[in-house]
Design a protein around this ligand. Structure first.
Ligand code: SAM
Ligand code: CA
Length: 239
């Protein structure tokens, strides 16, 4: 019979992980907003009037992504789920001038909302935007030996039902040591709630993310860390 060993009874809140809204605001006001690029601020401001503004990547997640990108000297990246381009611009700003981002989204009109600001930041030349469902594009990329195992970084932030499918393809595309970041792996905290208390609108993606989080935790091909930034991110390093 399996014995449950309790090693440490200290809860995460006792350890001080985002105990209060004030602490979150403190982090944003002290460490995130003062260092946010002017064009990222502008993109966020324009996006804030959009009916689906909530989809924009949280600036603390963006800041951490930029740190990862520069730490690994990322040059060739892929982004699945662009919306108005906050994380895309963040990535473009963090990679070198000859870096390239393959950015995929089913909706080009949302990307075009942010495009004038990406132009203003002089980052457009780094971006290959593909208007499409992501899966067929990833399948196509995988067939090309020039792409397989060559990407330094991936940011996955599209339909949550497909995260496990994206993961399989992203792993093929990343080079060993490459990093993938999956956004929203807390799904507003619902992954740890009783199903009965979860709003109907969140149930399907919650189920997909619970399965994805479990799957990736058991995936020996990657090293992982699930981090409480924004709505939760899972950072994976391909072994
Ligand atoms: N990363 C973006 C940002 O920083 O603002 C937010 C992305 S938003 C949460 C999700 C995006 O995924 C939407 O723009 C949506 O059109 C796109 N999307 C949803 N399903 C998709 C699919 N199957 N293939 C490609 N894009 C998809
Ligand atoms: Ca997101």
């Amino acid at each position: 019979m399996e014995t449950k060993v309790v090693i440490n009874t200290t809860s995460s809140t006792e350890k001080g992980v985002l105990q209060t809204a004030e602490l979150y605001n403190y982090v944003m006001d002290t460490s995130v907003y003062p260092r946010e690029h002017e064009c990222l601020k502008e993109l966020r401001a324009i996006t804030s009037t959009h009916p689906r503004a909530v989809m924009g990547t949280s600036p603390d997640v963006g800041q951490f992504m930029a740190l990862l990108l520069t730490t690994i000297n990322a040059k060739k990246t892929i982004e699945i789920g662009v919306f108005t381009g906050y994380s895309l611009l963040q990535t473009a700003l963090a990679i070198p001038d000859d870096g390239k981002i393959t950015a995929i989204d089913v909706n080009r009109s949302w990307y075009e909302i942010g495009l004038p600001i990406i132009d203003k930041a002089r980052m457009t030349h780094k971006i290959n935007f593909i208007e499409s469902e992501a899966l067929p594009v990833l399948d196509q990329l995988m067939k090309d030996p020039e792409n397989k195992g060559t990407f330094d970084f991936a940011f996955v932030d599209a339909d949550k039902d497909n995260y496990a499918n994206y993961h399989e393809r992203v792993l093929e595309l990343l080079k060993p040591g490459g990093i993938a970041v999956y956004d929203n792996t807390f799904w507003a905290g619902t992954v740890a709630m009783d199903e009965a208390s979860v709003p109907e609108s969140k149930l399907a993606s919650r189920k997909a993310l619970i399965e994805f989080n479990k799957h990736i935790a058991g995936d020996a091909r990657v090293q992982i860390s699930q981090i409480p930034l924004g709505d939760g991110i899972t950072v994976c390093r391909r072994n």
